[in-house]
Design a protein around this ligand. Structure first.
Ligand SMILES: Cc1ncc(COP(=O)(O)O)c(C=O)c1O
Length: 385
């Protein structure tokens, strides 16, 4: 057991501040490099899709899935939108999506007129349930959207088989999972296309919004590239109606620096998860996240399930431990979905994680002492009950 600095709180109990994610601590070691990158790009004044952007697209492809191609774009939601368009999907096509994910997974689908068909998630991993998928897939299905939620890949080989059996595309929403593996293969390997978010809090985060799309199919990336630039591969020639969704050169310059650290950060996140699972293992009433034996999660989040969430979070907050909820409503419970589609049914596991899930502090700068402290506070919560 690690020894922790014993600073007493007013109540006399052990006290330590453990933030949910310390973004500045992540940036601090490379601060001079970010400053140099800022100088370089701003003096050059090539702000949109310049050399840094091209370098990032190549380096990210090489790191994420050698042989693939990458398009940098404005954010992860746009990456999904561009992917759907680049696959040639159209209004009325049915897309299967897990009922527990961030809202942005379904937003572009609905906006483009596709019909989302929700399936429940499996207990423990909270990822798309294969049996539910097999039951839901049918002649109208044109797309399956597995989400690598909390940093873990769902059963991608089986999802691919289901998709092939029904002649539909697989779009991997890997916003939370840069570097995750399924059966030793990275995100994008099983899907036709994969999308990423570089929102600042993600495992690989920019200094603002940014995203990317990856595919082994060069035609998909080329079409997405044109769509992201007002529908034209050539300047001032617009072959279709597209978007303005380009990766800023400055964001790309920062991402190029951070890409050198992502393996180290992901490994540390896995270490933090291991510490949690060791220190929390013997606490009854607490459900720990399950990592599938075939998966290598990059632990974007570490989500436990507790009975009385408000009380649990308040107890931890009073002892300096910040927590989060991802996400307090499943997709079918969101007001926009209810208003637009009405009642889409019951998805008990998605509802369960929405009602009881708590994200504990997680990030590459947490120490073993931090994790031990959080675990001791949780132990105290259950002992005090
Ligand atoms: C699962 C999932 N999909 C999509 C997105 C959208 O990414 P962005 O915020 O970059 O638009 C996010 C990011 O929060 C996400 O977590």
């Amino acid at each position: 057991m690690p020894s922790i600095t014993k600073k007493k709180s007013v109540a006399g109990a052990l006290h330590r501040e453990v933030g949910f994610l310390d973004l500045f601590a992540i940036l601090a070691p490379d601060w001079p490099l970010y400053q140099q990158a800022f100088e370089r790009v701003t003096r050059n004044t090539a702000f949109i899709r310049g050399a840094e952007c091209q370098r990032f697209e190549e380096a990210f492809a090489e790191w994420a899935l050698p042989g693939s191609q990458v398009l940098g774009c404005a954010n992860g939601t746009d990456a999904l939108r561009l992917a759907i368009r680049a696959l040639g999907l159209k209004a009325g096509d049915e897309a299967i999506v897990p009922a527990m994910t961030f809202f942005a997974t379904v937003e572009p689908l609905v906006e483009l007129g596709l019909v989302p068909r929700l399936v429940d998630v499996e207990e423990g991993t909270w990822l798309m349930d294969l049996k539910q998928l097999e039951r839901a897939v049918g002649p109208k299905t044109k797309l399956i959207v597995p989400v690598h939620l909390y940093g873990q890949s769902p059963q991608m080989d089986r999802i691919r088989e289901v998709a092939d059996g029904h002649n539909c595309f697989v779009l991997e929403d890997a916003a939370q999972a840069q570097g995750a593996l399924w059966k030793g293969k990275p995100v994008g390997y099983w899907g036709d296309v994969a999308t990423f978010s570089f929102f600042p809090g993600k495992n690989l985060g920019a200094f603002g919004d940014a995203g990317a799309l990856l595919s082994k199919n060069a035609d998909i990336v080329a079409r997405a590239r044109a769509l992201s630039n007002h529908g034209g591969a050539q300047k001032y020639q617009h072959d279709e109606f597209g978007y303005n969704s380009r990766l800023d050169n400055l964001q790309a310059a920062f991402l190029n620096i951070k890409l050198n650290r992502i393996d180290e950060w992901n490994a540390k996140r896995r270490q933090v998860a291991l510490w949690y699972s060791q220190y929390l293992a013997d606490i009854p009433y607490l459900s720990l996240p399950v990592e599938n034996i075939n998966a290598e999660s990059v632990y974007h989040l570490y989500v436990v399930l507790v009975e009385d969430r408000p009380r649990f979070q308040e107890f931890l907050a009073k002892r300096g431990v910040q927590t989060g909820v991802h996400y307090p409503k499943a997709i079918h419970q969101q007001p926009a979905v209810l208003r637009y589609f009405g009642d889409l049914g019951n998805f008990p596991n998605a509802e369960k994680v929405a009602a009881h899930g708590v994200s504990l502090p997680m990030g590459p700068t947490l120490s073993e002492e931090d994790v031990f402290y959080v675990s001791e506070v949780i132990r105290e919560y259950y002992e005090a009950k």
